[in-house]
Structures are given as structure tokens and as C-alpha cells.
Design a protein around this ligand. Structure first.
Ligand SMILES: Cc1cc2nc3c(=O)[nH]c(=O)nc-3n(C[C@H](O)[C@H](O)[C@H](O)COP(=O)(O)O)c2cc1C
Length: 206
């Protein structure tokens, strides 16, 4: 481990977990690079209470929560429509840090989703129309054909955001910051949101 001296102490962390996250996220950006710093595991639960997890990219962060973009008709989209509770995990290996988030996911502001969509590369935009994310398809040719059809349909002008694609925001209820240490006394500080809206901080055993 490279960061023997990094410690996570109650008196050093920020009063709210999102402020603390922003500090760590910035440090992760500098040490890990964008692809790793942004990547987060999103876990959702299906109608039989069976969890499933996949990576998505963090594309927005505010004092309220974490924003990611996807297809609302995907497996995760169906899970979230039924059960809005979900979990996120970030892992920043060079810093020996993990952040766990548990909370409720809401559909994100459609205007901001549209703005985000319009800034994406054209090939990405075509994919959101052409690819029925998470559905079983006959073969690769089927997808290639659908891409061609969408390309032709929108050969001129801007591509509109599909109604089935956009952002979600995860509003945290519980967040844990894990700092690995060489002596295996890893630090774990957890923030829990009280009914009053205040955050309570406690230490967990590693
Ligand atoms: C590093 C990485 C980042 C990804 N980012 C996204 C993303 O931001 N949005 C998304 O819909 N899928 C993203 N994916 C693909 C998902 O992991 C997943 O395959 C897809 O969303 C379908 O998931 P589902 O069938 O569970 O709904 C990413 C995959 C990787 C490996």
C-alpha cells in the first residue's frame, strides 16, 4: 500500500457525507484518473428480492446526491421502478479507499438529462435509440441493423433524447468511508441520516 500515512479521523472529516465525498472524489481524480474515479458499482433488487450489481459512471454530484445516466427500460431501470432503494460502491485502489452509499433513487430532472444527452457524442446518442438495453436480441447483425436504421432516420439535424433514457439521482441515507491502513486497523466512518435530516457519525470495526 502506498498511503501508509493516510488516516481517517472523526475530527478531520466534514459534517456531511456529501462534502466528505467531494474531498475524496477530488483526490481520487488526481490519483486514479477519470475512468476509475467515476466508476461506481450500482446494486439494485428485483421483484424476488434478488440483488444484482453493475458498473455505471458517476456523471453529476450535488449537495443532494449522485447522478448517473442509463436506459429506464434496462434491468436496473425495471428494478428501480419497483424498488427505489439501491446501493453504490466506489473503489479507489491507489488510495486504498472505498465508499459505500445506501439510499433512494429518483428520476433526475428531465431538462438536465436532455442537456447532458445533447453534449454526448453522436454515436452514443444513436446507441440510446438503437440498443434495447438488457433485452435478449437475436444476434449482433440485429443490433448493427438497428444502428443503421437510426443513423438513417437522424441523418440530418440533432438527435432528440429518447424518453426511455435519462438520469437518476441517488439520495444517500447512509454512507461509509473506508480507508485501508498498513496495520490492518482500517478506518471505517459511517454517516447515518436521522429523521431530523442531520447526520450522525460513528466508527465501525474493520
Ligand atoms: C466502467 C463501466 C461504466 C459503465 N457506465 C455505464 C453507465 O454510465 N450507464 C449505463 O447504462 N451503463 C454503463 N455501463 C454498462 C453497465 O455496466 C451495464 O452493462 C448496463 O447498464 C446494463 O445493466 P443492467 O442490465 O443491469 O440494467 C458501464 C460499464 C462499465 C464497465
Amino acid at each position: 500500500m502506498e498511503n501508509e500515512l493516510i488516516l481517517l479521523r472523526e475530527e478531520l472529516v466534514k459534517p456531511t457525507p456529501l462534502e466528505q465525498f467531494m474531498t475524496w472524489y477530488e483526490e481520487a481524480f488526481h490519483s486514479e484518473g477519470e475512468l476509475i474515479a467515476n466508476a461506481m458499482t450500482l446494486a439494485t433488487v428485483d421483484e424476488d428480492n434478488k440483488p444484482s450489481a453493475r458498473l455505471v459512471m458517476l456523471k453529476g454530484l450535488s449537495s443532494e446526491g449522485f447522478v448517473f445516466y442509463t436506459n429506464f427500460h434496462s434491468r436496473k431501470g425495471h428494478d428501480l421502478a419497483r424498488n427505489s432503494y439501491a446501493a453504490l460502491v466506489f473503489w479507489w485502489p491507489k488510495l486504498a479507499r472505498q465508499v459505500r452509499v445506501q439510499g433512494v433513487v429518483q428520476t433526475f430532472d428531465p431538462t438536465q438529462s436532455t442537456e447532458f444527452f445533447q453534449e454526448r457524442p453522436r454515436a452514443f446518442q444513436i446507441g440510446t435509440w438503437a440498443s434495447p438495453q438488457s433485452q435478449i436480441v437475436p444476434d449482433l447483425d440485429y443490433l448493427v441493423e438497428r444502428h443503421k436504421e437510426v443513423e438513417q432516420k437522424y441523418s440530418e439535424g440533432a438527435i432528440p433524447r429518447p424518453p426511455h433514457w435519462g438520469g437518476y439521482m441517488m439520495l444517500p441515507e447512509r454512507m461509509e468511508f473506508w480507508q485501508g491502513n498498513d496495520n490492518h486497523l482500517h478506518d471505517r466512518l459511517e454517516y447515518q441520516r436521522l429523521d431530523s435530516g442531520d447526520w450522525q457519525l460513528h466508527r465501525l470495526a474493520p
